[in-house]
Design a protein around this ligand. Structure first.
Ligand code: GLN
Length: 567
């Protein structure tokens, strides 16, 4: 009888399943980014929230979206499998978007109901995203058998393009149908619902694509289904030792639980404020990240090399917080500025403000491959920078992008408009930064993690994204009054500049009037510094991403040693 041992010949090109995952993720990101583009504008214009509150809620929402993947990954690994979780997550997000559609349909007659629908919708989307996102990403990895793992970098680049093609389409369609102004610039506050409906339809399409094509294409080279129930998984697809699970002692779990509660109250105390997102959700995100990080390194089985590599992940994770905090102004403060103090004419067309962030997705789509080719070339010459160095470059680029914009808003005053080209340039530089940092971060975690802690360390890494988004919310809330506020105050007969400079003391009636019109009567304060104008606002981002870049740059030789041979 012929031998039973078959060495599978490496496949040419990429498995067809990659394109199914590409399409599914594309529609899902359409739904997510399309909704994000109009969400804060909906909260401010239809639900009459202040911009600062909308920023805080937005940051908390995004933060939680990156917290739940830990849960979704865990449930998939232990119980439901990747496939079921992807479909469940997709359906949940479609329902969440539909509830946003309903909220945006009823707010004018029933504000209370619209608010309840908003919170319910956001909660469902948070859990839907948690089921969907980690599972679709890990399926990309599992499409490739052991001997083809070298194709993973390209596979993830292709997948990252799918993400951003979806983001691009969502940020194109949802603003066109949902962010509508008439010729006089008056916004149709009832149009947002169509944007949410488009997002919901996109998610239904994504789920259907996956449902109908998965059995044919999302399979091993031998045609066996991938990502089914965990008990049916084919062990030959895993690296040796990979199945080993981390097991924590009861004692360390109890200590972790106590530490979590203590840290929660510490952050709650440090972040004092009145907004519950800031006093409950942000502390949960920060303290969970720290507790989990501590729990992993308390494991006695770790060798010294493993421990040092994990510490590198933590250090990089810490710096990444500042990256996302600055980068994620796109959906909040930068959208408000695009809305209120930007001349958005482009080739004679007045672009909807929520669409301006589309340039990020478009530029990623255009530059993802050139960037991965650049790294390949440099690697061939032995000149590829270390991963942590690339990340320092990413942070420095963010600082540069905000410096350019700060310089351009300096002389705008209360009524001048920023030319849209500067926001486009900002998104171009930030996209280069993202390509230096984001895909590289993921593969670095993959390479540095001991196998038995890999999923948990990805969890910690996503939690640093979550912390970054939470910080983004707090920082976005520092946005000072923009042109529209001064104009509105003038119509109300109030000299807002005088009030902000404290040269005029407003009457209680005037204060009430300002509050009713969502205008703050004092400048925001950050670490004891008052933010007087947009220039100072942007300089906050220049300073902290700049400092983070320099420190990470200086740490690189130390980190290189701690990585023990991993590039
Ligand atoms: N833009 C990417 C995505 O949506 C990465 C975002 C992130 O890692 N924080 O998947």
């Amino acid at each position: 009888m012929a031998t039973d041992i078959v060495t599978p010949t490496p496949q040419k090109g990429h498995p067809k399943g990659l394109w199914v995952l590409f399409g599914t993720e594309m529609w899902e990101r359409f739904n997510f980014y399309g909704m994000r583009a109009i969400l804060t504008l909906f909260m401010v214009n239809s639900l009459l929230m202040k911009e600062a509150d909308a920023s805080l809620i937005y940051g908390g929402f995004l933060g939680l979206c990156y917290l739940t993947p830990m849960l979704g990954g865990f449930i998939a690994d232990r119980f439901f499998g990747n496939r079921n979780c992807i479909m469940l997550g997709g359906l949940m997000m479609a329902v969440g978007q539909f509830l946003l559609f309903t909220s945006a349909s009823v707010f004018s007659s029933n504000m209370g109901m619209a608010n309840t629908l908003l919170w319910t919708a956001l909660a469902i989307i948070i859990f839907g995203n948690g089921f969907f996102k980690p599972n679709i990403s890990s399926m990309v990895g599992s499409l490739y058998p052991k001997q083809e793992k070298s194709k993973l970098d390209t596979a993830f680049t292709i997948f990252y393009m799918g993400i951003n093609l979806g983001a691009f389409l969502g940020q194109l369609i949802c603003p066109i149908v949902g962010d509508v102004k008439d010729a006089a610039g008056i916004r149709d506050i009832h149009a947002f619902k169509w944007g949410f409906l488009a997002a919901s339809i996109a998610m239904v399409l994504g789920t259907l694509v996956f449902y109908f094509l998965k059995n044919k294409y999302v399979v091993t080279p031998e045609g066996k289904p991938l990502g089914g129930l965990p008990k049916h998984n084919d062990a030959s697809h895993y690296e040796e030792g990979e199945a080993q699970k981390a097991v924590f002692s009861v004692q360390s779990l109890v200590i972790a639980a106590i530490a979590f509660v203590a840290l929660f109250f510490l952050f709650r105390y440090l972040l004092d404020g009145t907004n519950p997102v800031k006093t409950i959700i942000y502390p949960i995100i920060y303290s969970l990240g720290l507790t989990l990080a501590g729990l992993i390194i308390s494991d006695k089985s770790l060798t010294k090399v493993e421990l040092q590599r994990i510490l590198v992940i933590y250090i990089v994770g810490f710096f990444i917080i500042f990256f996302w905090a600055a980068f994620e102004q796109a959906g909040s403060s930068l959208t408000f500025i695009a809305d209120n103090q930007t001349d958005r004419h482009i080739f004679g067309w007045n672009m909807p403000p929520s669409m301006v962030q589309i340039f990020n997705g478009a530029f990623v789509f255009a530059f993802a491959f050139p960037f991965s080719m650049l790294w390949d070339k440099l690697r061939a010459k032995g000149k590829e920078p270390l991963s942590t160095m690339k990340q320092a470059i990413g942070l420095a680029l963010i600082a540069v992008s905000y410096f350019i914009i700060a310089h351009n808003v300096k002389d705008l005053g209360n009524s001048g408009l920023l030319a849209i080209k500067w926001l486009i340039l900002l998104y171009l530089i930030q996209t280069f930064a993202e390509l230096c940092l984001s895909p590289i971060g993921l593969s670095l975690v993959g390479k540095l993690s001991p196998k038995r802690f890999a999923s948990l360390l990805f969890g910690v890494f996503f939690l640093s994204n979550a912390a970054g988004y939470a910080l983004a919310g707090s920082l976005g809330a520092l946005i000072p009054a923009t042109g529209d506020k001064f104009k509105k105050a003038q119509e109300l007969g109030i000299d807002l500049q005088g009030v902000l400079n404290k040269t005029i003391t407003p009457t209680p009636e005037q204060l009430q009037l300002l509050d009713k019109n969502q205008i703050s009567a004092s400048n925001p304060v950050f670490a004891g510094f008052e933010i007087h104008n947009l220039y100072e606002f942007f300089m906050v981002f220049v300073v902290f991403t700049g400092i983070a870049a320099v420190i990470l740059f200086l740490l690189t030789p130390v980190l290189k040693k701690m990585m023990h041979g991993v590039k």
